[in-house]
Unconditional design. Structure first.
Length: 139
């Protein structure tokens, strides 16, 4: 018997402002809940925290005046993938030892995501992360 592959996708542009970042984070959590990953579940919490870090970085470090950032969330083949694209390509994220108030976010991403990375685009870059669904949550 062949199992059905569930594919869902949400994509949207947001203003490169703190308000845009908050909205993006909330919509990620809402979409995941609608897709069957409850707010207090492992997948929703992990992906929402990753989204919070990626969109905050897009606003803080990837902002180009007059340009928005783009978010894409997809679930397919037992994996939730989050992508955040901005138009600044010269500042590529990498985990580092925290210093002062900053630097912890990508260490958190590394701990929560099964895999993550950065891909160039014109203009800018896309930061992405994937979280595998456990067999119990995979439809």
């Amino acid at each position: 018997m062949k199992s059905e592959i569930s594919t869902q996708e949400f994509a949207m542009r947001f203003t490169s402002t703190p308000r845009g970042a908050r909205l993006a984070r909330r919509l990620v959590s809402l979409r995941l809940d609608e897709w069957g990953h409850p707010y207090d579940g492992r997948v929703n919490e992990a992906v929402t925290l990753i989204a919070a870090e990626f969109v905050a970085n897009a606003v803080r470090h990837g902002r180009v005046p007059g340009r928005d950032f783009h978010l894409r969330l997809a679930e397919e083949d037992g994996v939730v993938r989050l992508e955040v694209s901005d138009t600044r390509g010269e500042r590529l994220p990498e985990p580092r030892v925290p210093c002062g108030e900053g630097g912890r976010g990508l260490i958190l991403v590394e701990a929560l995501a099964d895999t993550w990375g950065v891909a160039p685009r014109q203009p800018g870059k896309t930061v992405w992360a994937e979280v595998r669904l456990s067999p119990a949550t995979h439809r």
